[in-house]
Design a protein around this ligand. Structure first.
Ligand SMILES: Nc1ncnc2c1ncn2[C@@H]1O[C@H](COP(=O)(O)OP(=O)(O)OP(=O)(O)O)[C@@H](O)[C@H]1O
Length: 413
């Protein structure tokens, strides 16, 4: 990187680095230049997590990517590091702290996070991942955390339903995709879902599949590691994500990752008994099921995306749900129905007048994706964008398997 010679530094002072007095300059683009031992540069936005003072020393907490010596094409590991410089006076230290603080604060990074930790996800490594990667990096970045271990199935959903989200800049799941989906469902069941869903959600890969973490990190060219996920969260990277509405009988729930029926769903559910194998349980059970394929009778009704109008046969809207659900809370509702009526009710788009088509089974597998990766090693839908404006939501009727693809417009940050 070339030093912006034409640019005047925002702040420049002589400090002691490695025992030598040397000028260090902070430029408006957030680069910190030091002339000791040749020119050295730090990019605050990308490499600096935070800083602390210790007597006359300013300790700058950084994270750097090491080189992979064996495979130079591969991305290296993220490693925490510290750069120490000593100011020459109290006033100089005060000004350094003020300028560094102002720049870091201007980056819009989160300051307070609520963390769900599922110690039972994947190979039960979430606690170690939290202690080895999440906690140290968040501490360096001076982010306050409240940690909630999940104690049972649907615990995260329960907490998300009542959590005072205004107290936090984000909710992070150190888990697999299951906990993230519970959190989305808990939030969308709240009366204040419209505000609550604006709380940024994050996921650190610590489960079996980790499809969401892989899709989000891969879309910006990062490897799917806990450290890269934490760094993205610290740096405040956000992107909108669609939510699919699924109706099964009288039950409504929401999905952000994928929906499976047939082979993939069976592998996911029935392989639970091999959880002790970690992520290998999926591959192992998939082989077992592929050798003994089942057939599923039913039909899929859908609204084709542009370019896919030739698939299936024309049909009319097959759902029993009428158009335009009312997502607003009606104060006249009796208390007993209040929660159900006031939570997010699904798309408010008129479903009846869309260009419906149908494909009749039998099927082996139906797998609908919001994001490209179903798991860390499964790129099931390469063309699925992490940001989709239109996402298939589903109506799935138990008993008579009939999937209706509808269009949804809720977006989660
Ligand atoms: N303390 C607990 N004991 C047992 N099950 C739990 C506990 N806490 C959460 N769960 C359940 O564990 C399930 C799996 O969680 P999670 O998504 O973290 O991991 P995974 O299923 O291994 O990964 P993936 O969803 O990526 O395949 C969730 O359905 C959740 O309800």
């Amino acid at each position: 990187m070339d030093r912006p010679d034409c640019d005047k530094p925002v702040f420049s002072e002589r400090v002691i680095v490695d025992g030598t007095v040397t000028p260090v300059s902070l430029f408006s683009d957030g680069t910190l230049w030091c002339l000791s031992g040749g020119q050295r540069c730090l990019t605050l936005r990308k490499e600096v997590l935070g800083f602390v003072t210790d007597g006359p020393n300013i300790r700058i907490k950084t994270v750097i990517e090491t080189r992979d010596c064996c495979f130079p094409g591969n991305r290296g590991k993220l490693v925490r590091n510290e750069i120490v410089f000593q100011s020459l006076s109290e006033e100089s230290q005060r000004l350094w702290c003020q300028n560094l603080r102002e720049y870091i604060d201007s980056l819009g990074r989160p300051k307070k996070l609520f963390i769900f930790l599922n110690p039972f996800g994947g190979k039960k490594t979430a606690t170690n991942i939290f202690l080895d990667h999440v906690k140290p990096l968040l501490e360096d970045a001076e982010i306050q955390i409240t940690v909630q271990e999940t104690k049972y199935q649907l615990h995260a959903k329960e907490v998300a339903r009542t959590l005072d989200v205004s107290q936090y800049d984000g909710i992070v799941c150190v888990s697999g995709d299951g906990i993230l989906v519970e959190v989305v469902n808990g939030i969308l069941e709240r009366e204040d879902w419209e505000t609550a869903i604006k709380t940024p959600l994050g996921v650190i890969p610590a489960g079996t599949g980790n499809g969401m973490a892989k899709s989000l990190l891969d879309s910006v060219g990062n490897p799917c590691t806990p450290a890269h996920a934490v760094l993205s969260i610290i740096q405040g990277h956000k992107r909108p994500l669609d939510v699919a509405t699924i109706r099964q009988g009288e039950t409504t729930f929401f999905s952000v990752l994928m929906l499976a029926w047939g082979l993939v769903a069976d592998i996911d559910i029935e392989s639970e008994k091999y959880r002790w194998m970690g992520s290998a349980r999926i591959d192992f059970y998939a082989l077992t099921r592929i050798f003994r394929l089942r057939h599923y009778n039913g039909c899929v009704s859908f609204v084709p995306a542009p370019g896919f109008e030739g698939f299936g046969e024309p049909t009319s809207y097959p759902g029993k749900f009428t158009s335009k659900v009312d997502n607003k809370c009606d104060p006249s509702e009796v208390e007993a129905n209040k929660l159900q009526k006031c939570c997010y009710q699904g798309t408010d788009i008129n479903l009846e007048n869309l260009n419906w088509r149908v494909i009749n089974g039998p099927f082996i597998s139906i797998w609908l994706h919001n994001v490209p990766w179903g798991g860390e090693n499964t790129m099931a839908a390469p063309d699925a964008k992490v940001v989709l404006r239109w996402l298939p939501g589903l109506d799935y009727y138990q008993g008579l398997p009939k999937i209706t693809v509808v269009v949804n417009d809720v977006r989660v940050k």
